[in-house]
Design a protein. Structure first.
Length: 563
């Protein structure tokens, strides 16, 4: 294998004492990238697996030694090249032959007996290969996909938990599709739904209580606690006195157990972040639980319970929060039974109830894992009801395209970067199948308001784009929306009150909270227009949107957007 990737660097001498392969070295040495190898399959074939098992049998080393060696190589994948390339475009990419070797090693690792370190190494490889390179994108999605395939072929709850964590963290569409396929197949094999498999896959990481566990290592005691979004490890000596550092006896006599504890702390931190994002999506998923399942999978779960106990839920429509060791209503009454449990959301709740929830959380000193009680809510205004077919709430605002693209990917939206040569700007969309809706952000380009890149990794890519108005479109029966869905016959007014009937199947426009200085009502007060670098262009107002009525002529909301 070419040795200019850090994980493939051979030793200076062979086992017999002689020199290894004569690769060029030296301070001024530069190498050219190797041509791409033949395209390998996306999954290991039966012939490959048979050959791999024979090689593992003839290797002479035990499975633990092989696992440690492969995991050590995976840990070096994110390091820079040992030799620079003549073509700097490939400088941050993996060599094609080395990438194929990584794929084979990932599949090989899945053939070894189950071990807690295997999913951890594969998950790290997936995240490393999906790390984005400016002007290129993910470093090597094929290697990341191979890591996901290896996780799907690895037995044990740890591999399933790693797949569930990656499902909440990965934003690259290709790899996310492979993860969804793996989780769906595992759920079908167990006779569960996709949502249930994600809930049951969360491990406890050795926690015996909600957010707490004690481990006895010789005469010392290790205390593992979850505080907020982080896990911490503290120590006590034989006398029960807290000590700052790890006792020397533990380092000498229990080095392996100490390494597992430290790895568990890192795994808990990653899983807490992934579970917080998954919980934040449950309202849009319209997820409901029985009271018993909610207690087992959320409130009393050793890990997820640290998040669930800082959130507000509804049991049969009654708001419930955790206080004094029990689930209680806003009046302090304990809740010990119920039928349907949902995640509480301020939408549709009265002002008095929202204020009572916020006051109780403040009295308890609770810091929520994400915005819930203080979440921004943007109901339809009269201006939007009057226009009927579109909303000008965010019209004419200037955005940085790459920031918008990154936020869209992180929040589950589908978006495409726009180039200077593009003659159209497809909207960013997010499918909401549980609601029968599709949310959209329409955008456009104005030459005198948009700055283009003239240097950097991708010349010609637009830096700034302008938000256009939004309008509802009817979805087809399959749930996918195309260009044909924008015909005039599919347009319809925004709903006046209550949820949209399922038979209408129209796309609403669920917009993210506006930035600082923007008014949430979008109609009664002027909405500022943010131009490139904060400079006002003299004597040039925003031109009308092509093919749509000029918003400045709309007395209800156009005057604000036009300014």
């Amino acid at each position: 294998m070419p040795p200019w990737d850090s994980w493939t660097v051979p030793p200076s001498t062979s086992a017999s004492g002689g020199p290894t392969r004569p690769w060029p070295t030296g301070a001024g040495t530069r190498c050219s990238p190797t041509p791409p190898p033949p395209r390998p399959p996306a999954r290991p074939s039966a012939k490959w697996e048979k050959t791999a098992r024979a090689l593992l049998t003839d290797a002479g080393a035990g499975p633990d030694a092989l696992r440690e060696a492969v995991a050590g190589w995976f840990a070096l994948v994110d390091r820079p090249r040992t030799l620079p390339l003549t073509d700097t475009w490939y400088e941050n990419q993996l060599d094609p032959f080395n990438a194929n070797a990584l794929r084979g090693l990932a599949w090989l690792l899945a053939l070894l007996p189950p071990h807690p370190g295997t999913p951890r190494a594969l998950g790290r490889l997936v995240e490393t290969c999906l790390r984005k390179i400016p002007g290129l994108g993910p470093r090597n999605p094929k290697v990341a996909n191979a890591g996901v395939v290896a996780l799907s072929r690895t037995e044990g709850e740890a591999a399933l938990a790693e797949l569930a964590r990656l499902a909440a963290r990965v934003t690259f569409k290709g790899t996310l599709k492979v993860i969804d396929t793996a989780l769906t197949a595992r759920a079908a094999a167990l006779g569960l739904s996709r949502e249930e498999i994600e809930e049951l896959a969360v491990p406890a990481y050795g926690l015996t209580e909600v957010g707490r566990a004690e481990f006895r290592l010789g005469e010392a005691t290790a205390l593992l606690e979850v505080r907020g979004a982080k896990a911490s490890l503290s120590w006590r000596n034989a006398a029960g006195k807290a000590v700052k550092a790890v006792p020397a006896a533990v380092r000498q006599e229990h080095a392996e157990e100490l390494g597992e504890l430290k790895a568990a702390v890192k795994d808990i931190d990653k899983m807490l972040s992934a579970q917080a994002e998954r919980l934040d999506r449950q309202f849009l998923a319209r997820r409901t639980w029985t009271y018993r399942a909610w207690r087992e999978r959320y409130l009393d779960h050793p890990l997820v319970g640290t998040l669930a106990r800082r959130l507000v839920w509804t049991v049969d429509g009654t708001p419930v929060a955790f206080a004094d060791g029990e689930a209680r209503t806003l009046t302090g009454d304990p809740v010990t039974e119920g039928t349907v449990v949902e995640l509480w959301h301020p939408v549709g709740r009265g002002a008095a109830e929202v204020a009572a929830v916020r006051e109780q959380l403040e009295e308890l000193g609770v810091t929520q894992p994400f915005k819930q009680a203080h979440r921004e809510v943007y109901p339809l205004t009269e201006a939007e009801r009057n226009t009927g077919t579109y909303s000008n709430r965010f019209a004419a605002h200037i955005l940085r395209q790459h920031q918008f693209h990154a936020l869209a990917a992180a929040r589950g939206w589908r978006n495409q970067l726009r180039l200077c040569v593009d003659d159209s700007a497809p909207p960013a969309t997010r499918e909401l199948p549980q609601w029968g809706l599709r949310a959209e952000y329409w955008r456009g380009q104005r030459p005198h308001l948009v700055r283009r890149r003239t240097r950097g990794p991708v010349p010609g890519v637009l830096d700034l784009v302008r938000l256009r108005r939004a309008r509802p479109e009817r979805r087809d029966p399959a749930g996918a929306a195309g260009a044909a869905g924008a015909e005039a016959g599919d347009r319809g007014p925004l709903p006046r009150r209550g949820p949209v009937p399922a038979r209408h199947r129209r796309a609403a426009h669920v917009q993210d909270p506006p930035g600082l200085g923007q008014h949430p009502d979008g109609a009664e007060r002027p909405v500022p227009v943010h131009r490139a670098e904060g400079r006002r262009l003299p004597g040039r107002g925003l031109p009308a949107l092509r093919g749509r009525p000029d918003p400045r002529g709309d007395p209800q909301q156009g005057d604000a957007a036009g300014r």
